[in-house]
Design a protein around this ligand. Structure first.
Ligand SMILES: Nc1ncnc2c1ncn2[C@@H]1O[C@H](COP(=O)(O)OP(=O)(O)OP(=O)(O)O)[C@@H](O)[C@H]1O
Ligand SMILES: [Mg+2]
Length: 230
């Protein structure tokens, strides 16, 4: 069966003034269903560019991006938005919770956008928050939660529509080591429960929970060990 995520000879060029910058240079990559893949590499090596292409937030200059058997880099904006809602959850480095909404309301949002019925939304949001260990804090505003708790709300929100894929761009970037470890343990549990996860981290010691680690440098994958059985 085809890989759940596949990049075929993907190049992403930025034109900065008269300069041509290769954020990604002829990158090919396959990620199987249920894999937990960590991406490491120095700042500017193309990690976020890679994740944004997989998430359909950005388009390649050349090459193809396939997700779950569908080519997404040529989709129009509406089709892509719909596809993303059902297939991909994204957690960003800096929390993007809406500050005036409670944890429960933040987590309910993707279901509202999808048009789910109100009565189903509440039960499902509560279940997701319980899943990330926040059953007792659902009515808090983001400002009333710790950094680690806010990031867990962001994970719950990314997963509430039950997408098969979770993309996380340095989700532990501004957490202390105990909270960072908590998020990584949570991601591993989600992988064990069948989610396919792409995690960007520049802290190599957080990549240990992944099935495999991809190393990037200057817009290319420079090391990509075979998936290990686990
Ligand atoms: N919108 C943009 N315009 C111009 N250049 C960009 C743009 N976005 C990214 N780049 C460049 O593309 C390259 C790759 O950037 P990217 O954000 O993918 O790196 P990264 O590996 O995620 O780095 P970091 O660890 O700092 O987040 C960098 O040289 C960056 O400056
Ligand atoms: Mg980045």
């Amino acid at each position: 069966m085809a890989a759940l995520i596949e990049l075929k000879n993907v190049t992403r060029i930025y034109n900065v003034g008269a300069r041509t910058l290769y954020a990604l240079r002829d990158v090919s990559l396959q990620i199987e269903r249920g894999e937990f893949v960590a991406v490491v590499g120095p700042s500017g090596s193309g990690k976020s560019t890679l994740l944004n292409l997989v998430g359909g937030i950005d388009q390649p200059t050349n090459g193809e991006v396939w997700v779950d058997g569908t080519r997404i880099d040529t989709m129009d904006e509406n089709a892509l938005a719909k596809f993303r809602r059902n297939h991909i959850g994204i957690v960003f480095q800096f929390f993007q919770l809406l500050p005036t909404l409670t944890a429960l309301e933040n987590v309910s949002l993707p279901m509202e956008l999808r048009g789910d019925e109100r009565k189903n939304r509440r039960a499902r949001a509560e279940a997701m928050l319980a899943r990330v260990g926040l059953a007792a804090r659902m009515s808090q505003l983001p400002s009333e939660l710790s950094g680690g708790e806010q990031q867990r709300v962001a994970v719950a929100r990314a997963l509430v529509n039950d997408p098969p894929i979770l993309l996380a761009d340095e989700p532990t970037g501004n957490l202390d080591s105990a909270n960072a470890e908590g998020i990584i343990v949570l991601l591993r549990e989600l992988a064990d429960a069948g989610k396919t996860i792409l995690l960007i981290t520049h802290e190599a010691n957080l990549a240990h929970a992944a099935h495999r680690t991809i190393v990037m440098r200057d817009g290319q994958i420079v090391a990509q060990p075979f998936p290990v059985e686990s």
